[in-house]
Write a protein that binds this ligand. Structure first.
Ligand code: NAD
Length: 435
């Protein structure tokens, strides 16, 4: 596994590609835990690289009749425990190293929860807000067709991520079904998860990552002896994860005092109404300039006084400057990889605890697994059943991580990887490496 990547001084203003190599950062985190576990050299070597890295250049016809080439990715990190599993991201800065990091985190999330899935990630380098709905559909169908047998219900199962949603998943499913053959159509429905309810999705999937975060925060609050009723929080990113999280945490009595997205940041010490904010965002595409809140800068946002901070936008948003500014007791990482290693040491010195991404945002993959199971068995579970099952899994996994951290004197991130790596190591040592 390779070296760490330095946070540039102006991490906050740079584009993603200038922020350091995300895969190097991911590998450095794993390496620390691998030393604790005493991971066998052959397992280290296998996990240090994805099994498959696919790049596809494909054409799409635009509404004006012209043709444009797009670059699509699918990285398959590991499938020891089950089929590759992970989101599809549509973002104008999507790149291979980012996909490699995100795919590896999926391997550890599944292993952490003992879910029979591996890790994968993919997407297209495109700004989805520049596409019409018809263009987005054509791009999705053409990309899915180009992926061909590189995805499949027992091989590699995509899900939504940044810039994609249930509708995109349904287009993927439908395209895959149409090439699968007449009699296999329904058997392959589970080729993607995160679908809409009408097309075979699970109740509770769209809120799952936010709700999983809330369950982790509830467990942490018990340990910290903090009453969530009346405590304050801020959220960076108000998309799928951030908006559901804000809504669900507010229902438990917590007060949202600041948020922001690609359009800008807002604050109100009296509290923001996440439901109204979501309605406003649906109309305008951003939370910026929401009435009933003060516009603030990104720097002011990171300096807001609150109990809990939830990054739920993109990776590498918390550099050393942000770590020094934050005035919270705890960070629950909704986004994948939001924190630079250098920032993490500063947070530790300042006594700010971090519930790491691989644990905190894993509610999505847990309910994706429930969706996959429901499709496989032709079942439909009630929302309350999904929530109860998610609660049980998130709280017991949180407890296992907390116990590992306490007993072995580790931070929560390292403890999370230790549990995942030990599961992978056991399986590798029993199965051996063929031939
Ligand atoms: P989304 O596209 O629905 O929302 C992303 C949000 O981030 C939007 O509000 C957007 O405006 C904001 N954003 C983008 N660029 C920004 C910038 N430069 N500064 C501030 N805000 C910015 O995506 P999502 O599904 O909510 O995913 C958010 C994060 O959570 C990602 O890191 C993703 O990988 C992670 N995640 C998502 C899921 C899931 O189930 N959707 C599961 C696990 C982890």
């Amino acid at each position: 596994m390779s070296s760490t990547s330095k946070a540039p001084k102006n991490a906050k203003k740079s584009s993603l590609k200038d922020r350091g190599n995300l895969f190097d950062i991911a590998m450095a985190q794993v390496e620390k835990a691998a030393d604790v576990v005493g991971l066998a050299p052959k397992v280290r070597a296998i996990l240090a690289q994805p099994k498959n890295e696919l790049i596809i250049n494909f054409p799409v016809q635009m509404d004006d009749g012209s043709w444009k080439m797009f670059k699509g990715y699918r990285v398959q990190h590991n499938n020891l425990l089950g089929p590759y599993k992970g989101g599809m991201r549509y973002h104008h800065e999507a790149n291979l190293d980012e996909m490699k990091a995100l795919a590896s985190w999926m391997t550890y999330k599944s292993a952490l929860h003992d879910i029979p899935f591996g890790g994968g990630k993919g997407g297209v380098r495109v700004n989805p807000s520049t596409l019409s709905a018809r263009e987005k559909e054509r791009l999705t169908r053409r990309f899915t067709h180009a992926l061909g047998d590189n995805i499949g219900p027992e091989w590699d199962i995509p899900a939504p991520d940044v810039g994609t949603d249930g509708q995109v998943m349904v287009w993927m499913m439908d395209t895959y079904m149409n090439v699968a053959g007449y009699s296999d159509k329904n058997a392959v429905r589970r080729v993607v998860t995160g679908k809409t309810i009408h097309s075979g999705g699970s109740h509770g999937r769209s809120e799952a990552t936010g709700l999983g975060l809330v369950y982790c925060i509830e467990e942490w609050a018990k340990d910290a002896e903090l009453d969530l009723d009346g405590c304050t929080f801020t959220v960076q990113g108000f998309g799928n994860v951030g908006s559901h999280l804000a809504n669900l945490l507010t229902k438990r009595g917590a007060v949202l005092v600041g948020t922001g997205d690609h359009g800008g940041y807002i604050a109100n010490p009296e509290g923001l109404n996440p439901h109204k904010l979501r309605q406003y965002m649906a109309k305008t595409g951003t939370v910026a300039k929401y009435q009933g809140a003060k516009e603030i800068s990104r720097e002011e946002f990171f300096g807001l006084e609150c109990d809990i901070f939830i990054p739920a936008a993109l990776e590498l948003e918390i550099g050393p400057d942000e770590a020094k500014s934050l005035k919270c007791k705890m960070i629950a990482e909704g986004a994948n990889g939001p924190t630079y290693p250098e920032a993490e040491s500063i947070l530790k010195e300042r006594g700010i605890e971090v519930i790491p991404d691989v644990l905190a945002n894993s509610g999505g993959v847990v309910v994706s697994y429930f969706e996959w199971l429901q499709n496989k068995r032709s079942e439909r579970w009630e929302l309350e059943e999904v929530r109860e099952k998610l609660h049980r899994r998130m709280s017991s996994t949180y407890r296992a991580v907390r116990q590992c951290a306490t007993q072995r004197k580790l931070d929560m991130r390292t403890a999370t990887y230790v549990i995942a790596l030990e599961r992978l190591q056991h399986s590798y040592s029993e199965r051996g490496i063929f031939p």
